[in-house]
Design a binder for this molecule. Structure first.
Ligand SMILES: NC(=O)c1ccc[n+]([C@@H]2O[C@H](COP(=O)([O-])OP(=O)(O)OC[C@H]3O[C@@H](n4cnc5c(N)ncnc54)[C@H](OP(=O)(O)O)[C@@H]3O)[C@@H](O)[C@H]2O)c1
Length: 301
């Protein structure tokens, strides 16, 4: 069984476990929790380097009961990021959560259609199945349904380092949300002093404007002062490129299903502002703040 380190933090505040803590959202949540004086433990898939590696961490697979049990010891709240494409391994996670009884905050998806018997694609189906599993187990989760996160654009980095064209699977228009806003919202809920005010609830976290891929690329181009363009790839070509990049076949098929079947959404909410006190930021702001990560290779030297 893995050693359980003491959660890192400066104050005697609540102790919070973040799963998926090395990912785009998890990193932002960890930074904010530390800044607020919470004691933080990360569950990370593999050892990490960099500033956050000093934070107490349990390294391992979320689906390994011993890993999750060790990560849960002594925590008051859990941000449950479930990056998997099935819920079978979640049954042991639920059992451990029942035993440890922390407050549970689950990161889900605004793409869920509450009226549908089956969801549009496997990624959304996993989220609805996880929500049901957590609720039916009596865990009374706070659910943060997130729209498509702006940080997905980091996946364009390799193409933008060598040219101005981004080619990839298309996605229907949606109100892309800055992952830093989702992180702020998550921290509000995780550290809420009065859990009866928040628990259990579902929040719908969106950005302020509905964008397609071309819109996002145009905003990124404005931030980089480059004439960027987006070319949607036919499914077969997108599949072969993603597989050639080394992505697992099951993930590729799930992403392609989302590309083809997920409907466009015009949902825009004020739930980010309700939780954080600040309106959701634009994708244009995200692009300006992250422009440095998309420089051309030639201009980096
Ligand atoms: N991105 C979006 O647009 C979006 C929208 C709505 C909801 N969500 C939800 O929000 C979550 C966080 O999104 P994100 O963009 O931050 O994802 P991300 O950057 O892909 O981060 C996911 C993290 O989970 C880790 N992980 C994967 N499998 C694991 C396992 N078996 N055990 C332990 N750790 C594992 C990954 O580590 P490795 O890479 O080392 O495997 C990665 O660090 C997603 O998983 C999804 O459920 C995302």
């Amino acid at each position: 069984m893995p050693d359980t380190p003491r959660p890192t933090g400066t104050h005697d505040g609540p102790s919070v476990l973040v799963t998926g803590a090395a990912g785009n959202l998890g990193r932002e949540v960890v930074d904010r929790l530390l800044a607020q004086g919470a004691r933080v433990r990360r569950l990370v898939h593999r050892p990490t380097t960099g500033p956050r590696s000093a934070v107490e961490s349990v390294v391992g697979d979320l689906t390994d009961p011993a890993v999750f049990r060790a990560a849960l010891q002594g925590v008051d709240a859990v941000l449950l990021i479930w990056p998997l494409l099935d819920t079978d391994p979640a049954h042991h996670v639920v059992a451990e959560l029942i035993a440890a009884a922390p407050r549970v905050v689950y990161v889900s998806s605004t793409a869920i259609d509450d009226g549908a018997a089956r969801q549009s694609d496997p990624i959304v189906q996993v989220h609805v199945d996880m929500e049901v599993l957590l609720r039916e187990a009596g865990l009374r989760p706070v659910v943060l349904r997130s729209d498509t996160m702006a940080s997905n654009a980091r996946g364009w980095g390799a193409q933008l380092r060598v040219g101005d064209l981004i080619a990839g699977p298309d996605m229907a228009r949606t109100a892309v949300v800055d992952e830093r806003d989702v992180a702020d919202a998550a921290v509000t809920v995780l550290l809420a002093p009065d859990r009866t005010q928040l628990d259990p609830k579902t929040y719908l976290l969106t950005g302020p404007e509905v964008l397609d891929r071309g819109d996002q690329v145009a905003r990124l181009g404005a931030a980089l002062r480059r004439p960027l363009s987006f070319r949607p790839l036919p499914v077969d070509l997108a599949r072969s490129r993603m597989l050639a990049d080394g992505r697992p076949e099951r993930l590729v098929e799930a992403l392609l299903a989302a590309s083809v079947r997920r409907p466009e959404s015009h949902l825009i909410t004020d739930h980010v502002e309700r939780l954080t006190g600040t309106p959701a930021g634009t994708f244009a702001r995200w692009a300006v703040d992250h422009a440095g990560g998309f420089r051309r290779e030639s201009s980096d030297s």
